[in-house]
Ligand binder design. Structure first.
Ligand code: G6Q
Length: 549
């Protein structure tokens, strides 16, 4: 394995030597030596606040990490992305989700062509369509207003709009219920179809390629369900498409005037800002959707212009690199203390793991360093009653990103104070831990016998020194959500640059799309035992009999 660009960088060895010292620090010590850590290690941008003081780092760490980022060409590669260069080299594509949220008068070129007029033509179409559906002007085939919107898509054509519609629940039009169907397992679509009325339901078939098996099967099932109850002439009022494949959309029977296009320079997991965001625009209205785009654009401006040392996405990315490549931590947990961000961990899981879950460099050489950690999580306070045990006392150290809003989107008294208190208390406890002496003193105060104290002390001791970031916003508004997603997009970009991977292809996902096609005919047709191992043959045989015993 050749040396990677990461370890070959001149800034790498000083970081390695610094780590030899830093790995012995306890954050309790850092906080007592540097009482101003909160102001020193926090940053505001685009309406978000990041406190990164509860991390195992100091000024030198951040200076050395920024030097590594500079040496790896982060600033130049960022500028290359923003200017439409084909940085997705394995697919020869530009990467321009930032253009989708840029103002109308921006000029961004791909192959010598300004993409902004086309971006805004589609946005205007979205605005017009969303307003007609929301106002009741767009009706179903019997003249009734639309009450249910069913988005059929998967991966990047599902997770973004689903997460965002859930996150901005408080802003959704009261007449509209939003549904998301993704799984080829028809239990998914069945549970939706059994609750909606064909006369008042709008289906959005969302697929960049319009060939993805899951989406096409679900779309066909929705179409069959619809045609069983209504005529083919009624279909155009109830089916619209978001795609880059006009021919396939027309072949499906969708009026191409009701097709919302996007472009090959929008990656699936970066597509919520494109027409893939149509369900969100329908749900919250175009003006709010525009605020969502503006929030992301504000974060883009910050990422583009702030020095690396005070650049929020860069800081988040560098801290992740510090833990992954020096401490060797292999996982990151996302803990939104906001029920409406329930799907945000799943969204980030795709964003980070599909982008940076790579084992070769851009040039195709095997990496000699670790790349993306496993990303997972769930909302607080629920996680506290489940896996937080491992975060506090497990043998692995797992850094946490806490995310919270200062103000709730509901009016129920009391809850929000308790929620925030829990969020802050968790990061404090993870950082401080509880020493054996403290555990013993606590038990003594509770009146326990000395023998019991000796037995219990190791179990009631917490090592602490477990890192976390805390990201705060005023409230979970469209603009704050836009900024939050863009923050993580640019964090992911930063890490991809440091690790020297192409963050914008997904050959592992393409593999999954191809593999099932080999086995599917064998489940109903002739098996090909020579084509597989004994395990796969055994499983195919079981599925063919449909019986375990
Ligand atoms: C995202 C991935 C993947 C993709 C889905 C759906 O970056 O490429 O999640 O979005 O496989 O693809 P289609 O939109 O083409 O149906």
């Amino acid at each position: 394995m050749s040396q990677s660009a990461f370890t070959a960088a001149a800034a790498h060895d000083p970081l390695q030597s610094h780590f030899a010292e830093a790995k012995n620090w306890h954050m309790r010590m850092l906080f007592s030596q540097e009482p101003d850590r909160f102001s020193r290690f926090s940053v505001k941008a685009a309406g978000l606040f990041l406190d990164y003081s509860k991390n195992r780092l100091n000024d030198t760490t951040m200076r050395l990490l920024a030097a590594l980022a500079r040496e790896r060409g982060l600033e130049q590669q960022r500028d290359a992305m923003f200017s439409g260069k084909k940085i997705n080299t394995t697919e020869q594509r530009a990467v321009l989700h930032v253009a989708l949220r840029a103002p109308r008068n921006a000029a961004i070129q791909v192959d010598g062509q300004d993409v902004m007029p086309e971006v805004h033509r589609v946005l205007d179409h979205i605005r017009d369509f969303a307003e007609r559906v929301r106002s009741g002007q767009w009706t179903g085939c019997t003249g009734k207003s639309i009450t249910d919107v069913v988005n059929i898509g998967i991966g990047g054509s599902d997770l973004g709009p689903e997460m965002a519609c859930r996150a901005l629940r408080a802003f959704v039009h009261p007449r509209l219920s939003m549904h998301f169907v993704s799984n080829v397992d028809a239990h998914d679509i069945d549970s939706v179809l059994s609750h909606v009325n064909p006369e008042t339901t709008l289906f959005i078939i969302a697929s960049k390629t319009f060939t993805t098996v899951e989406t096409m099967m679900n779309a066909q099932s929705a179409r069959t369900w619809f045609l069983r109850q209504r005529g083919a002439a009624d279909l155009p009022k109830h089916f619209v498409a978001v795609s880059t494949n006009t021919k396939a959309v027309a072949a499906f029977g969708i009026d191409t005037n009701n097709m919302f296009p996007f472009w090959d320079w929008v990656g699936g997991r970066y597509s919520i800002w494109s027409a893939i965001g149509l369900p969100l625009a329908l749900a919250i209205g175009y003006d709010r959707f525009a605020e969502f785009l503006a929030g992301a654009h504000a974060m883009d401006q910050h990422f583009r212009t702030a020095p690396l040392e005070s650049n929020m996405p860069v800081i988040l990315g560098l801290i992740g690199v510090w833990y992954r490549n020096f401490f060797g931590f292999s996982s990151l947990t996302i803990a939104p203390y906001h029920q409406d961000l329930e799907r945000f961990p799943a969204y980030l899981q795709q964003l980070e793991m599909e982008s940076n879950g790579k084992r070769v460099s851009k040039e195709g050489n095997a990496l000699n360093i670790a790349s993306c950690p496993a990303v997972w999580g769930d909302v607080g306070t629920n996680g506290q009653h489940a896996y937080f045990q491992l975060l506090h006392q497990g043998t692995d150290v797992i850094p946490v990103d806490f995310i919270a809003a200062l103000k709730p989107s509901h009016a129920l008294p009391g809850h929000h104070t308790v929620l925030l208190a829990n969020c802050f208390a968790q990061s404090e406890a993870l950082m401080r831990g509880k020493t054996s002496d403290e555990a013993r003193a606590e038990m003594r105060a509770q009146g326990l016998a000395e023998d019991d104290i000796d037995t219990l002390a190791p179990h009631r001791t917490f090592p602490g020194n477990r890192p976390s970031n805390t990201i705060l916003m005023d409230a979970l508004t469209p603009s704050a959500l836009g900024a939050l997603i863009a923050l993580y997009e640019h964090k992911t970009f930063t890490q991809g640059v440091l690790w020297d991977v192409n963050s914008f292809d997904q050959w592992g996902v393409e593999l999954g799309k191809a593999l099932a096609k080999n086995i599917e005919p064998e489940l109903t047709g002739t098996p090909r035992p020579d084509a597989h191992d004994s395990s796969t043959n055994g499983l195919i045989a079981l599925a063919r009999t449909g019986l375990i015993s």
